[in-house]
Ligand binder design. Structure first.
Ligand SMILES: [Zn+2]
Length: 990
């Protein structure tokens, strides 16, 4: 799957808000899921019984509700009774018993979607599946995964004669069929045991609901195309939703071949993993005609890669190395050429990876489809890749956004999975990082191959590494590779698709490739992929192939086996900080903690890492060394105060750790930056800033050490370094704190003097040749912070440019504001203007239908500095007015936008809290209090907010708010100390 949210990618405020909205939608979806769960616990037709869960079994809230039973054959008496007691058994385990191994599925699905009836209120599908299994242990009890399905018929045939696969050979009587709903099993109880070594065929007929609100299992998308409402069906099985579509052995190691048949309305086309084999016609009981599309047999694959689409879409295609690639999308989008970019890059990416791994893509075709709603994600189903259209289609108005790169990354990631995941699959979900980490890592190699100028290291840092290092720390986060035994519930599998799986996984793959070198790295992966093709692997299998590649040569020597090196990184949480004393050459390691804990003996994180240290001295790359214990001496790293040497550890930031130096080490680097910054590569200027500020924030070094590194910035023309400095120095809290009067003028003086050069570069580009930005991916994603800070610091030219661009756009809407700085320009256009500008924006808002753009506009409108405009705005939002502001909590937006806004919003809330609560819900009051209290630092301020909220909140909410406000105050006090020290330093250095 694509990353859940591209945390590394630039997320504008508007998009962040949109994401918050999506999170709310997710909660709603979960609520719906919970209610569906209740439904599935009903007593299904005749012989089926839900045996509930044993009293002692682990349970989920809401999952053992007594049956609520809509459905074809209601049984009123059972509605009132609790689930039947069931004995302890294999159904209490998360993993299937190994008694049966699936070999082949004959699957037929018939969703009743008709283009002339899109009401689809209770759209269902029926299906049949015949599963050939091998019995490995005598058993009269068969377990399959099944969720939300009604089982209408269950038969077991066999033993099959080994050659003919004759399903009529014999028949075992199915005595009883029941659901262990909590563990998502369907249990067949047989009259006699199946015999080990024999093949059987399980024949099941079933039906189930098409998901309307979630994109899990088989789900519906409603959309508009060619001026009319249309619908399509698509599937999402990973990780455990295949069981929502057909009864199956839903574990990644249980690979089988599939013959898939889809019955659909003649106007639709059906797609699946393999190409179409044949098509025929079928009549239903009402005499309506349906098309039966059958597909070729798949290679052995896990259930989570099975894929189906039924749609009325257009497509474009091309042939790459004899195989057809088709991109499917809304017919309007195809006609407008929105899919052309994706089609052009897909073939070459396939070919590149085929050549890199020397393994051909084994399927005869590839379909890639863009769904109107797929929750901003993408899925690598073998032969039928499914994307949210925002990640695949290039809109005409995407010209000055980073969209092409986002599409390239996402397509590369999903194609990477055709090898990592589809061809070789992890044995179980605990090692999902083997899929996601490697697919994420190869995104960069692929893009770098096609765009050699691409600043690969810097973008890896920004998209991947930075987020991982920010979230990962000893004691709190989780290890990349999870203990298999630790899972008890299915939803824990879903939670694994997180930053650690994707970003830390990719970072570890990159570190591995850096200390082995790329050639050995690829050679090892080739042999791993070849060996485990169509099969499954563990992390240790991968390490074994790396070890073989290492043992096969003599140039690179490792201090330990690949397994012991990598286990130290994948089996423990967090990462190390290494500190080099340049006077003595002593390097030591310790775990990184958020807010360094002084008394280390309290900690349980005793382990060390085996750390590869690539390093540079005076700009020259040195040989790799290893820190394989808590400390070690490296005489070659010593320098004295008198010489001009400098040393930087962690070449290109390929190591997954942070680096600290003694006082002299930092001083030497600082001297070099002031003397000749370009002698230190960009990635290392970025690294110095990022490591130093992070280490100072967590008490490893003094803040002054980090600040010293910013003195040279007048000479810095790389936007990514500037961005890192500003993110650390001009924090959101500082910007919105009206009590920053001490530090603000100092910062203004200090930063503007240095910022002016990079400002001039980019403001000239914006004014004279804005399309030149198209080629500058880093500028596209980072300019907003630089421009926002320049305006915040009151740089006259920035304010002038904001007025200019806003007015130009107002007078001639075809003069669009360049997307990378649109948030800043809209906000300052409003802040510097009056009601004329504001009313104009409101008009645009009301005529706009795109949610993301509406959120952006709603936020810009909150930037006004006029209390009456802000009050009127909030009044519009809570009263019945022509304006909906559905997507944005306007009161919160106003409180967030500025110090003025916060005061105005506070008063507004005091006077209108009932209306606000009615409009946005009670919980919004709590959130608002946090926003309003964001800069508090005294007890009396807390008291004031508490008194105010005593009217409007319930007791438990008041207690939560009180505790949270205390935390905010303590953090602010700590922040104030830091600010005071920054101010003192600035005074000395301005
Ligand atoms: Zn993925």
């Amino acid at each position: 799957m694509g990353p859940p949210s591209r945390s590394g990618f630039y997320v504008s405020r508007a998009v962040a808000l949109l994401l918050a909205g999506l999170a709310a939608a997710l909660l709603l979806a979960l609520a719906v899921l919970a209610s569906l769960y209740g439904r599935c616990a009903r007593v299904p037709p005749s012989e089926l019984r839900d045996r509930g869960a044993p009293a002692a079994a682990p349970s989920l809230p809401g999952k053992q509700e007594p049956a609520s039973r809509p459905g074809p054959t209601p049984e009123p008496d059972a509605a009132a009774s609790p689930p039947t007691w069931r004995p302890p058994g294999p159904w209490d385990q998360l993993r299937l018993p190994r008694w049966l191994v699936p070999l082949h599925y004959e699957l037929e699905l018939w969703p009743r979607l008709r283009p002339d009836d899109l009401s689809a209120s209770a759209l269902r599908f029926t299906g049949r599946v015949n599963i050939t299994v091998r019995c490995t242990a005598a058993t009269a009890r068969l377990l399959l995964h099944s969720l939300f399905l009604d089982c209408e018929r269950a038969e077991v045939h066999g033993p099959l004669s080994p050659d003919a696969g004759d399903a009529t050979a014999g028949r075992s009587s199915v005595v009883e069929t029941w659901f262990a709903v909590d563990m998502q099993y369907l249990v067949l109880e047989l009259g006699e045991a199946l015999q080990p070594g024999s093949l059987y065929e399980l024949q099941l007929s079933f039906s189930g609901p098409v998901s309307q609100d979630t994109r899990e299992g088989l789900f519906l998308n409603l959309y508009t195309d060619q001026g009319e409402r249309r619908a399509l069906l698509a599937s999402q099985m990973e990780p455990t939703f295949a069981r929502n579509v057909f009864p199956c052995f839903d574990e990644p190691a249980l690979k089988a071949t599939f013959n898939i048949t889809i019955i659909h309305h003649p106007r639709y086309v059906a797609l699946s993993n393999m190409p179409k084999l044949s098509q025929s016609e079928k009549e239903d009981v009402n005499g309506s005609k349906w098309t039966v599309t059958t597909f070729h047999t798949t290679p052995p694959m896990p259930t989570y890669l099975a894929a189906f689409v039924v749609c009325d879409y257009g497509h474009i295609s091309r042939i790459e190395r004899g195989k057809e690639i088709r991109i499917w999308a809304r017919k309007d989008a195809i006609a407008e050429g929105n899919a052309d970019f994706a089609l052009n890059i897909t073939g070459p990416i396939f070919s590149f990876l085929e050549d890199l791994f020397n393994i051909s893509y084994p399927l005869p075709k590839t379909d890639i489809i863009a769904l109107p709603t797929f929750d901003n994600r993408a899925m690598e189903n073998w032969g039928l890749l499914i994307f949210d259209e925002s990640l695949l289609l290039l809109q005409p108005n995407d010209k000055l956004t980073e969209k092409k790169i986002v599409i390239s990354f996402t397509v590369s990631h999903e194609i990477g999975h055709q090898w990592f995941g589809n061809l070789v699959t992890m044995n179980w979900w605990n090692n999902i990082w083997l899929n996601e980490g490697f697919a994420s890592y190869f995104e960069f190699g692929i893009i770098n191959h096609f765009i050699p100028k691409f600043p690969r290291n810097e973008i890896f840092f920004f998209n991947i590494l930075h987020g991982a290092l920010r979230e990962d720390h000893a004691l709190v986060s989780r290890a990349v590779s999870v203990n298999v035994e630790s899972f008890t519930e299915t939803n824990e599998i879903n939670e694994l698709f997180d930053l650690f799986t994707y970003s830390k996984g990719a970072s570890l793959a990159r570190m591995l490739s850096s200390f082995l070198n790329e050639k050995i790295f690829i050679r090892a992966l080739k042999s791993y992929l070849e060996t485990f093709s169509y099969a499954n692997a563990e992390q240790d299998d991968l390490w074994r192939h790396f070890q073989m590649a290492i043992d096969d040569q003599s140039k690179i020597l490792l201090p330990a086996t690949v397994k012991s090196i990598m286990d130290s990184w994948t089996h423990q949480s967090g990462f190390p900080v290494i500190t080099l004393n340049v006077s003595t050459g002593v390097m030591k390691q310790e775990p990184f903690y958020l807010g360094k804990v002084k008394n280390q003996t309290l900690l349980t994180h005793n382990d060390t890492w085996i750390i590869p240290v690539l390093w540079i001295k005076n700009g020259t790359t040195q040989s790799l060394v290893w820190l394989d214990k808590s400390s070690k001496v490296f005489p070659e790293m010593q320098i004295s105060d008198s010489d001009h040497d400098w040393v930087i550890l962690n070449l290109n930031m390929t190591g997954y750790y942070r680096v600290n130096y003694d006082e002299l080490g930092w001083k030497k680097l600082n001297q070099q930056l002031e003397k000749d910054p370009k002698a230190i590569p960009v990635i290392h200027r970025l690294q110095l800033v990022d490591d130093a500020f992070s280490l100072s924030k967590n008490d490893y070094i003094e803040i002054e050490t980090a600040l010293d590194l910013t003195k040279y910035l007048a000479e810095e023309d790389e936007i990514i370094v500037w961005h890192a400095v500003l993110m650390n120095l001009v924090t959101r809290d500082l910007v919105s704190d009206g009590n920053n009067y001490e530090i603000y003028p100092l910062l203004k003086k200090y930063l503007l003097k240095r910022l002016i050069s990079i400002w001039n570069t980019y403001s000239t580009t914006i004014r004279e040749n804005v399309t030149a930005l198209q080629e500058d991916y880093l500028a596209l994603i980072l300019l907003e912070k630089v421009f926002g800070t320049a305006c915040w610091l009151g740089l006259e030219d920035c304010l002038q440019l904001s007025r200019e661009l806003f007015r130009n756009w107002m007078n001639h809407p075809e003069n669009e504001i360049p997307n990378p700085i649109k948030n800043v320009i809209l906000c300052y256009g409003i802040a510097l203007g009056n009601d004329k500008e504001w009313d104009f924006l409101l008009k645009i808002y009301n005529n706009n239908t795109k949610e993301e753009e509406r959120i952006q506009l709603a936020y810009a409108m909150s930037c006004s500095k006029d209390p009456w405009i802000l009050n009127r705005y909030m009044d519009y939002a809570i009263t019945v007015s022509p304006f909906t502001f559905n997507e944005t909590n306007v009161i919160e937006a106003v409180a967030e936008a500025s110090e003025v806004g916060r005061y105005v919003a506070k008063d507004f809330l005091i006077n209108n809290w009932q209306a606000v609560s009615k409009r946005y819900g009670t919980q919004s009051l709590v959130t608002l209090l946090y926003v309003i209290g964001r800069t508090i630092s005294t007890d009396s301020q807390i008291l004031e907010l508490q008194q105010f909220c005593s009217n409007m909140l319930e007791e438990h909410q008041r207690l939560t708010v009180q505790a949270k406000l205390q935390t905010i105050r303590n953090e602010n006090l700590k922040g104030k100390e830091r600010s005071a020290r920054i101010a003192a330093w600035l005074r000395k250095n301005t």
